[in-house]
Design a protein around this ligand. Structure first.
Ligand SMILES: [Zn+2]
Ligand SMILES: [Zn+2]
Length: 567
């Protein structure tokens, strides 16, 4: 079935919902009922608020109407006729006024009719595989100043199997929602006192720190130098960089000594000022300035979503200043780092695309051609397949978009590699070439995680909370069968800690089963069990989170194993 057909099916299911509601709750005003990406909804002005249990009654009525196999008919009628039919529904009247032309579409099934532009299945008999999912609030025209409506949403498929698979998938997504895992594992929280600003608890902060340290190492090994630039910088700077013009609505402002300042929404201007503090020689290029920049962006409260969408986050930013001839080499390095990182975090499915020159862009043809060739060559030489997003680059340069697929088949747009011809001109960035002439470098904006907070959330969901050993905030917990083994357990703990393993001792007096249960809930990758035999042999029994066990491991071997899993 084509995508179009499923849209027709779901739109028809919305009609069926409207039909059932208008029969069960006469007087309810119907507004709009479109298909969405994964289902459909209908917005109503109800005579009384819908309750959760109404969904059952409505579903039953919908099933009955589906069983009647009513043909769905569609015809064009004059606006005059339509205004007469919908004279008691101000919403439909408003829609009729807004439809261009002299006629509007009317959909009919049995005694029910609805204003509609068309695109249906043939009869209600095809609509048996649906499920109503939620009642929520909405506004007419999504406008808070307009009528408050109630939305009933659901989904529909052609077959019962497809519907069931979809519902199961949704259940899985809800089960492994990072907000839920974050709470369960005590990683982070949000508070009314700072809407959209995450608080990281000790274990969450440890994960963020570990992610940072990993990226710091990649940076160091590849000749990036870390800088730190201020959180607040003058308005003037943001006006010059263009952020003010394009981004003002998302920026926070404050005043210092009667001068207006903005909290940085991006780190680029800071890196540029750092570069421009003195004349640069071609010998210094490529100059790669990395910064874990904490940026603030005002997102509307309605779109905030755990760590996925916040108002303050940390970027693993880097700005590369290089010559056009060095660009390909630098892009190759960025790609190498990106793939190393993705592998480390357990992502295997990655899609890359090169976004090319859009209309109304700046820079010469030669500059664009060379830069795009550099991006493509770097990908080709690394044997990385990619697609082309034609004319989808920014007005100031081409870029590589990176999309990763997680374990639940969702796609996430993560890091970017963005070439920039604009800021070097705008901020008069230069270097002295070997000829002695002042030349313009190319600038590249690089972020591999993108937002650390968001990437953290994606990783949590991807692994369903079972973080890989190297990233787990507590890597090992030692458990004893009786208190007799406690002294030996303390020795093991000290040895593991000394080796850099994040280990703990279960100090409770719970029986072993209880201790295991607790560690499982906390998703600790290694449970190290110590009994009489282990003490005598100076070993431990390793129980993994999946329940597999390895008996009698000497501590030295355990440390080796940990090192292997970490590097
Ligand atoms: Zn329709
Ligand atoms: Zn930047």
């Amino acid at each position: 079935m084509s995508n179009n057909d499923i849209k027709a099916l779901r739109h028809s299911a919305a009609h069926l919902l409207g039909h059932a509601v208008s029969e069960l709750f006469p007087g309810t005003l119907l507004t709009i009922g479109p298909a969405t990406d994964d289902g459909f909804f209908y917005d109503f002005l109800p005579i009384r608020g819908f309750k959760e249990e109404d969904l059952i009654t409505i579903s039953q009525r919908m099933q009955e109407l589906a069983a009647q196999n009513l043909p769905l008919e569609h015809k064009e009628i004059s606006k005059k006729e339509a205004r007469e039919i919908f004279k008691d529904n101000t919403f439909k009247l408003e829609l009729i006024d807004q439809i261009p032309g002299e006629t509007v579409g009317l959909a009919t099934q049995g005694t029910f009719y609805d204003l509609c532009r068309g695109g249906h299945v043939a009869s209600t008999g095809l609509l048996k595989n649906f499920k109503l999912l939620a009642i929520s609030g909405s506004y007419w025209r999504a406008d808070k100043t307009k009528a408050v409506l109630q939305r009933i949403s659901g989904t529909a498929f052609f077959t019962a199997e497809e519907l069931e698979a979809h519902l199961k998938h949704k259940e899985e997504l809800a089960l492994y929602d990072h907000r839920k895992i974050g709470k369960q594992l005590d990683l982070f929280s949000f508070h009314q006192e700072g809407v959209g600003f995450p608080f990281f608890h000790p274990k969450g902060q440890l994960i963020i720190k570990t992610m940072k340290r990993y990226m710091e190492n990649l940076h160091q090994e590849n000749n990036y130098q870390e800088i730190s630039t201020p959180t607040m910088l003058s308005d003037e700077l943001w006006r010059r960089s263009g952020h003010y013009a394009h981004y003002k609505d998302k920026m926070y402002f404050s005043t210092i000594d009667e001068q207006s300042y903005a909290i940085k929404p991006m780190n680029c201007p800071g890196a540029i000022l750092t570069y421009n503090t003195r004349p640069r020689s071609y010998r210094e290029l490529p100059l790669k300035l990395a910064e874990f920049g904490h940026v603030h962006r005002h997102e509307l409260s309605g779109v905030l979503h755990g760590l996925m969408r916040v108002r303050a986050f940390t970027q693993d930013d880097a700005h590369i200043f290089c010559t056009l001839d060095q660009l390909e080499q630098e892009i190759s390095t960025v790609l190498r780092l990106t793939f190393a990182m993705l592998k480390k975090f357990g992502f295997e499915k990655v899609n890359l695309a090169v976004a090319t020159r859009p209309a109304n862009s700046i820079g010469s043809d030669e500059l664009w051609e060379k830069a795009i060739a550099a991006l493509k060559n770097a990908l080709t030489k690394a044997d990385i397949p990619f697609s082309i997003k034609d004319a989808d680059g920014a007005f100031y340069g081409p870029k590589i978009d990176l999309d990763i697929e997680d374990s639940m088949q969702r796609h996430w747009q993560c890091g970017t590699v963005q070439v920039d011809f604009f800021q070097p001109e705008n901020f008069d960035i230069g270097y002295i070439a070997s000829s002695g002439k002042r030349e313009r470098p190319v600038m590249v904006h690089q972020a591999i995680y993108g937002s650390l907070e968001r990437f953290f959330a994606i990783v949590l969901e991807h692994h369903k909370g079972n973080l890989p050993f190297w990233l787990a905030p507590v890597q090992a917990r030692i458990m004893t069968i009786t208190d007799e083994q406690k002294p030996y357990a303390h020795t093991v703990l000290a040895t593991l800690k000394k080796a850099g393993i994040r280990a703990e001792l279960d100090a409770s007096s719970d029986p072993l089963n209880g201790q295991i249960k607790t560690a499982q809930l906390e998703k600790i990758p290694w449970m190290l069990i110590v009994g009489k035999k282990e003490v005598a042999q100076e070993t431990v029994t390793l129980r993994n989170l999946d329940g597999t066990q390895e008996m009698g491991i000497p501590i030295k071997n355990l440390i080796e194993k940990a090192t292997q899993l970490t590097n």
